[in-house]
Design a protein around this ligand. Structure first.
Ligand code: SF4
Length: 527
């Protein structure tokens, strides 16, 4: 009797979860798992070397675990001479080798990959079963239904529905502690002398070492430091990092989640997003771990709630917005911003200490925390009128947790207001006073945060008012911005002119980045 044709399960580099839907309802005897390191994914933008190393190492470890469990894994390494360089090419070769009865895959995270998958049935003449990615708590159709019932997509209401639906932080149908949101108790300025927990770090094993050599050789000219490399690359390591965060950092996460402190990269942040977004952890278990810690009295409610809101609220919400609005969302530019990205986003060479520090941690770690991303790097780009595509490419390249489904809404929508307010009811614009309140950068900066205009004044101050003036027609009737415009109109014309002249003079001295940092030339891909 000939062997029955197997099911070919294609697992992508951000689907590295033992419970992934494509592995369910099949036994190792009935299937072949295909995993492929393809150059089109490693070079479609010039990713941070740590991000490439994380994904390749995590894929190789995941494949080894599957083999140990008895699965037959057809694994194509990046430098395999037969590697075609694309998902479709890898699949074509695997179909030839295994003659499967069907192809099975979990819905990809990115629209671009979905377009590819949509052509497979016709191309291969085989059934292609695309399974829901149920690692996300809200399905895409469910998000569409939620959105279709609302005029404004307010995240807070989505989050409350997710709380009700999951039962997380709920007591008898009511929010734990009587309130949905404890942000009012968060965002404190950290006093001097706090003890910050040591981040979880995982020394490379032999598999990771081989990947690091490969990445150094092929992608060493990309932005970012490959080593030291200490990210979790296995499920066991990711779970250990989660445990360490819950025990050591979560208790203070709420209080200080918006703070920036010189010499402290992680503060009380989890730094779990790289592991979460490639599948080593899943949203529900992360949120449940935080809830358990609160119920057992190990963390305060404001910390657990703030963290859980990021996971089951914001993360799910931006994914829903992405899938509802692609592909147009990638082209959004509501404010007509067209300035090239400043070169210092790549070099870190700027006298603005807050920006230099944010670029520096990004270069070293492939990560920075959300206030550095939103209120320093994103805020500057929006105030300066940087093309949203240019800043979005930068975010996609430099962060180890960046996949288009999460990066695009966060950057184009939340940080740049390029979607015209779909995600946020007002732009996240701030002058130097905000950064001074939330950080200790300004005291060591060559600019004077209290000075309003002139060559020594903090550039954020003039850029802020210049931004409001440029976009007055759009924002002056926004109820959340009336106070700012009232202040602008109380200023004497000479003061307004001074702000605008100061902003123009500063921007005239900002060197634009040369082409090629983010997307081209692709000198290190597979030939
Ligand atoms: Fe940043 Fe301005 Fe403060 Fe300097 S003075 S660190 S540029 S906010």
């Amino acid at each position: 009797m000939p062997e029955p044709a197997p099911v070919l399960i294609f697992i992508l580099g951000d689907q590295l979860s033992p419970g992934i839907a494509s592995l369910r309802d099949l036994s190792p005897a009935d299937a072949v798992v295909l995993m492929a390191e393809v150059s089109e994914e490693t070079v479609y933008v010039r990713h941070h070397p740590k991000k490439i190393a994380l994904i390749l190492s995590a894929m190789r470890h995941f494949a080894a675990d599957l083999r140990e469990q008895g699965w037959r894994v057809d694994y194509i390494e990046l430098e395999d001479p037969a590697n075609s360089g694309s998902f479709t090419g890898a699949l074509a070769a695997a179909v030839e080798r295994h003659r499967p009865s069907e192809i099975r895959i979990v819905q990809p995270g990115e629209w671009r990959v979905q377009q590819m998958i949509d052509g497979w049935e016709a191309r291969f003449g085989l059934p292609v079963r695309i399974l829901r990615d149920d690692r996300f708590l809200c399905s895409i159709p469910a998000f569409r239904r939620w959105a279709s019932r609302r005029q404004a997509l307010t995240m807070e209401y989505f989050y409350r529905d997710m709380r009700r639906q999951t039962g997380l932080l709920m007591d008898d149908g009511q929010p734990a502690g009587g309130r949905w949101n404890y942000d009012a108790e968060n965002r404190k300025t950290p006093p001097r002398g706090l003890n910050y927990p040591a981040p979880a770090r995982f020394p490379p094993d032999a598999i990771t070492r081989a990947v690091l050599d490969l990445v150094a050789r092929r992608f060493g000219d990309h932005f970012g430091a490959l080593e030291p490399f200490a990210l979790p690359v296995t499920r066991a390591q990711a779970l250990a990092a989660l445990d360490q965060f819950i025990a050591a950092a979560l208790p203070d996460f709420g209080d200080y989640q918006d703070a920036m402190v010189e010499g402290q990269d992680q503060l009380y942040h989890s730094m779990l997003s790289p592991a979460l977004n490639c599948g080593l952890l899943v949203a529900r278990e992360v949120a449940e771990a935080a809830e358990r810690a609160w119920r057992e009295g190990r963390v305060p409610l404001n910390a657990a709630e703030g963290f859980i809101r990021q996971i089951i609220g914001w993360r799910e919400y931006v994914r829903g917005v992405y899938w509802m609005h692609m592909p147009d969302y990638a082209e959004a530019n509501a404010l007509g911003a067209d300035r090239p990205l400043p070169e210092f986003y790549w070099t870190g060479e700027t006298d603005m200490r807050c920006l230099a520090a944010a670029v520096d941690v990004t270069r070293r770690e492939g990560w920075s925390h959300h206030i550095q991303r939103l209120m320093v790097l994103g805020n500057f780009a929006m105030l300066a009128g940087v093309d949203p595509k240019a800043i979005s490419d930068w975010f996609l390249v430099v962060y180890a947790d960046a996949y288009e489904w999460v990066e695009l809404p966060n950057v184009v929508g939340m940080s740049q207001y390029a979607d015209g307010g779909l995600l946020g009811s007002k732009p996240y614009a701030a002058g130097g006073a905000y950064i001074n309140r939330m950080s200790d950068h300004c005291g060591r900066c060559r600019f004077d945060v209290k000075a309003k205009t002139g060559p020594d004044a903090c550039p954020f101050n003039a850029l802020y008012w210049d931004f409001l003036a440029r976009h007055e027609a759009r924002f002056r009737d926004n109820p959340r911005m009336r106070t700012m415009y009232a202040t602008w109109h109380r200023m004497k014309p000479a003061q307004q002119d001074a702000y605008r002249a100061s902003a123009a003079a500063f921007l005239a001295g900002v060197k634009p980045a040369a082409d090629g940092w983010a997307r081209a030339p692709l000198s290190t891909g597979v030939d």
